[in-house]
Ligand binder design. Structure first.
Ligand code: 4AD
Ligand code: MG
Length: 446
């Protein structure tokens, strides 16, 4: 008997097949029992007819608890009404082997659960079709990233997670004792090591978990998240934006093509995603600030006015980003932020030292920042001065400074937050559902 994948069921209409999986739901209609079975690749309706099975088997099927593991054999038929993902097909059960009858006290029985309860039961919640669909999109986003970069001349070099110093600001570091060496910190970024790697490999990326002891409890922050970071030698800010545009477009179009069933289940408006093609609009921070100040001045509702408060020099808050994303149907590049709100390593704007060659990419529909990047300071003396000015431990950055001594070149890179991209593509509210086991300031379990 051939074991099939549910996501390929359309190819097997009229054939007798075997599906191995778990009973997600069961409904009885007299002589018929409908089992909604998930196998990891999809959800399919399996129909057991009393006349087709031995009485004792049918009796067990009628009482089968949710989440029981089963091996089912039967013929595939097309039926538009059949629920499932992709849906539209069902299997007439000829044989069923019950591998384990699940315990009856399954905590995630099919009813509405509060989000805290669901998160406490994340190990079970991931079996739900909504969570499964989101995480399938995540899987495809991650493979699309690698596909694109590997085929565009980038080398994937892993960067360390235990690091000797901060790169993105000292306030969000997780620290740990490191033998006789004093303190070590969980990486906030692989960027500094990427910068070393480009001088050996030209174009590189790292792709792994990053850690921020973020005090912020927003729907866009995790303490452990996955970041893709490409870094490119001989690359300026304009070229960087083109690379970002190409990558993001590839990710979106790949997910549209390969995760159609998942997006449909999530009721995502895919026309919004179909519009994501180059070029993406570009706006200077100065123009963005001007626009936001106008909005703020025009606002008459005092509560909203407080939220929209803005002046040149401030970093954008979520409400500001939301307003900017309303301007376009595509992701928006905002470039040239004030140096004071960005990291120490960014190249100053020529003739405007208070501004740096930074660029953030804001996803539409209110999602906001998905990528942050910049051209890097390539001059030894300027970088040293900046490190001193920020009060950073000079000794820890000795190797980083040396990169500016031996063959320095203009170079740029960016970081893309995987969970933020997945949340945008899936159209979900909170990024904690875009990672299998989320870590936030209030959660390290399960
Ligand atoms: O803007 P960030 O902090 O940039 C850097 O870390 C650079 N070193 C990257 C680089 O140039 N190589 O972070 C980059 C992206 C953000 O745009 C956001 O998508 C995501 O990482 N991100 C987070 N995602 C979830 N939770 C958090 N706490 C995040 N902080 C940043
Ligand atoms: Mg940022």
């Amino acid at each position: 008997m051939s074991i099939i994948r549910v996501d390929e069921i359309a190819k097997h209409v009229g054939q007798e097949v075997t599906v191995r999986g778990w009973v997600y739901n069961r409904t009885d209609k007299g002589k018929l029992v409908f089992l909604l079975v998930r196998d990891g690749t999809g959800f399919v309706q399996c129909v057991a007819f009393k006349g087709d099975l031995a009485p004792e088997v049918f009796d067990r099927v009628m009482r089968l608890p949710q989440e029981s593991s089963v091996i089912i054999t039967g013929a595939v038929r097309e039926d538009k009404r059949a629920p499932g993902i992709p849906g539209g097909y069902e299997i007439g059960v000829k044989q069923i082997e019950i591998v384990q009858e699940a315990a009856l006290d399954y905590p995630m029985a099919l009813k509405d659960h509060g989000v805290d309860f669901a998160l406490d039961n994340r190990h079970l919640w991931i079996r739900f079709p909504s969570q499964w669909a989101i995480l399938r999109v995540r899987v495809r986003v991650m493979s699309a990233v690698r596909e694109y970069l590997d085929s565009h001349g980038f080398f994937n070099l892993d960067t360390p997670i235990l690091t000797p110093a901060a790169a993105e600001g000292t306030t969000t570091l997780f620290e740990t004792e490191y033998f006789d060496e004093g303190k070590a910190y969980l990486a906030q970024t692989g960027q500094l090591y990427n910068e070393a790697n480009i001088f050996a490999f030209g174009k590189v990326y790292c792709f792994g978990p990053t850690f921020r002891a973020e005090k912020s409890k927003t729907r866009r922050h995790l303490t452990e998240f996955w970041m893709l970071e490409p870094e490119i030698a001989f690359c300026d800010l304009d070229q960087l934006m083109e690379i970002e545009e190409g990558l993001i477009t590839h990710i979106v179009q790949t997910v549209l093509r390969d995760c159609a069933a998942e997006l449909k289940f999530l009721e995502r408006d895919v026309t919004k995603l179909q519009a994501i093609i180059p070029p993406f609009p570009r706006m200077s921070y100065d123009d963005a600030a001007k626009y936001l100040i106008e909005l703020y001045e025009k606002e008459t509702d005092p509560e909203r006015k407080e939220l929209l408060k803005f002046e040149w020099g401030m970093d954008f808050g979520a409400p500001h980003e939301v307003e900017l994303t309303k301007l376009h149907d595509k992701p928006l590049f905002v470039y040239g932020y004030p140096s004071a709100v960005k990291a120490f390593y960014m190249e100053p704007w020529p003739g405007r030292p208070e501004v740096c060659k930074s660029v953030d990419l804001l996803a539409p529909e209110g999602y906001g920042e998905i990528c942050g990047g910049s051209e890097r300071m390539s001059d030894y003396d300027k970088l040293l001065a900046r490190i001193r000015q920020e009060g950073l431990p000079e000794e820890a950055f000795k190797w980083y400074l040396e990169l500016r001594k031996y063959g320095s070149v203009p170079h740029s890179g960016f970081g893309m937050g995987v969970e933020r991209v997945v949340a945008w593509l899936c159209g979900i509210e909170h990024i904690r559902e875009a990672i299998p086991f989320p870590r936030t300031i209030k959660r390290v379990y399960p």
